[in-house]
Design a protein around this ligand. Structure first.
Ligand code: FAD
Ligand code: NAG
Length: 456
């Protein structure tokens, strides 16, 4: 057995935690332990969209061959329809925008995607289920380390703790308390209060009804429904529908959103995820076009998700603890980006920890580099996803409609054009950029500050 330079514990085996574990599996001198609170590593049966920026990371991790077997993957860079935008909250809908991007959006069935990640964990990576982290403490002897406490009464030890435990993260709560204590000790009372307030996740005012429809079922209701062929977004006042084919066209992923922006950042009363009946959201789509009704009629099992987000943190890192994914930056789903951002976090963090310059004594530098490149980026995506939500639910100031849109109306089309250009500008990072620049910038930080040499 090789000597390990670092023991890394990952709390949470969702998409972010598992990608981080796969990426750390590349380094033989790192011990990886993944602790998952659920009884098994699973994902809910719904869809997940992946953009080229994320796909390139999955390729670097050697996952794309297998992933290509569970989705239709067009040749890279080839223009593809990513989404068709249609105003659907009127008797006859209006297609107003076809978003075509290089490579399009790749759509997966979540359980399939998760299974591929699990298969790529190396044997030096240990996974544990039914391990719910409740707290951690820093110990100093025999050497500085972090001790983990689980709900079942057991404990574990690590050098670096990665909180990948999702929007309700317990690691996040502890990190927030630590950051606040530091600010307090330095006399920054307002900063301390701000970070404490940013701790708990907040309800976005939006709920999502999620379902997976067998394509054959939809075909029975509407034989030539356009979503059987292409991803669709149906926009309307306070509601929106995101639907796209997954599993090589055998299934259709369905998400219907209902937004109440006046309730944003309040507390949601009830379970965050709950099985509900279809009738619960029927009424939201009264007056919408037949195409939308066929979709809703084809839905059988549906669950309601109260979408929660987190306020921006001043750091994703405290000491030797780092947050990633939803634990660090839970966002609105309107750019199909939450999982992609978790994947970026996991990849960058693992690459920094695995670098030969990172040792027990320089962990802090690696974690600072992670925070420096990932936090601004993920927080920008968080903000643009929120703005997309306002645009999709026709809540964006001055881009609202009080009557059905008509093709003949010039003013309507100017307004729809404005929605189109904002959406496209907000979203371009997903297909026009790669992570390489940020990763290289972070790696350069591992050399430490350049010594202050006096010029003569
Ligand atoms: C309607 C909807 C549609 C979406 N569509 C997309 C999309 O198309 N593309 C995209 O990129 N993103 C999408 N997202 C966002 C994406 O699902 C999340 O951002 C992503 O799952 C976050 O991954 P994560 O690993 O950070 O957290 P999670 O996937 O939530 O994983 C956290 C894991 O930690 C475990 N855990 C929790 N607490 C503890 C504890 N105390 N101890 C140990 N383990 C713990 C949990 O059981 C879970 O397995 C969507 C979200 C929603 C709501
Ligand atoms: C809710 O919080 C987010 C940031 O955390 C902010 O951008 C938004 O304006 C807030 N909304 C309301 C209604 O206060």
């Amino acid at each position: 057995m090789s000597i390990k330079k670092l023991r890394v514990a990952i709390c949470g085996g969702g998409v972010g935690g598992l990608v981080c574990a796969v990426a750390l599996s590349r380094y033989l001198d790192i011990q990886v332990d993944v602790y998952e609170s659920a009884g098994a590593f699973t994902e809910i049966g719904a869809g997940i969209g992946v953009w080229p920026r994320t796909w390139k990371i999955l390729a670097a991790l050697g996952l794309t061959d297998e992933l290509s077997k569970i989705a239709i993957v067009p040749p890279a860079e080839q223009p593809q329809v990513a989404f068709n935008f249609r105003k659907g909250d009127q008797p006859e809908g209006v297609n107003f925008y076809t978003l075509t991007t290089p490579g399009g959006m790749l759509a997966f069935h979540r359980p399939d995607f998760h299974a591929v990640l699990l298969r790529h964990l190396s044997s030096q990576c240990h996974t544990y289920t039914s391990k719910r982290l409740v707290s951690y403490a820093h110990t100093l002897s025999p050497q500085p380390a972090t001790k983990l406490y689980f709900r079942d009464g057991t404990t574990a030890v690590c050098d670096v703790l990665i909180g990948a435990d999702g929007v309700k993260s317990s690691v996040r709560s502890a990190v927030v308390r630590e950051l606040a204590a530091v600010a307090q000790a330095e006399g920054r009372v307002e900063d301390a209060e701000r970070v404490l307030a940013a701790g708990p996740p907040k309800w976005s005012g939006t709920v999502a009804y999620r379902a997976v429809i067998p394509s054959d079922t939809l075909r029975r209701h509407a034989p030539c429904h356009q979503v059987l062929e292409r991803p669709m977004l149906y926009l309307g006042k306070d509601s929106e529908l995101t639907v796209y084919p997954i599993s090589c066209g055998m299934l259709v992923n369905f998400a219907a959103f209902r937004s109440r922006y006046d309730k944003e950042n309040t507390t949601f009363n009830g379970d965050w995820v709950q099985d509900v009946s279809r009738e619960e959201f029927f009424a939201d789509f009264t007056g919408w076009e037949p195409e939308v009704h066929s979709l809703i009629q084809a839905v059988q099992k549906v669950n309601r998700w109260a979408i929660h987000t987190t306020s921006p943190l001043p750091s994703f890192v405290s000491g030797r603890v780092a947050l990633l994914g939803d634990a660090a930056h839970a966002m609105m789903p309107y750019q199909g980006a939450g999982a992609g951002q978790a994947i970026e976090d996991g990849y960058v963090l693992a690459t920094l920890l695995g670098d030969s310059r990172t040792t027990l004594s320089t962990i802090d530098r690696a974690l600072r580099a992670y925070d420096a490149v990932r936090r601004p980026f993920a927080q920008r995506v968080q903000a643009s996803s929120r703005e997309n939500g306002l645009l999709y639910t026709l809540n964006f100031p001055s881009l609202t409609f009080d009557r059905p849109v008509s093709r003949a109306d010039r003013e309507d089309f100017v307004r729809l054009g404005e929605i189109r250009s904002r959406v496209e500008t907000n979203w371009q990072w997903a297909w026009t950029t790669t992570i390489d620049g940020d990763l290289n910038r972070a790696l350069r930080m591992l050399d430490g500050p350049t010594p202050n040499r006096r010029r003569s």
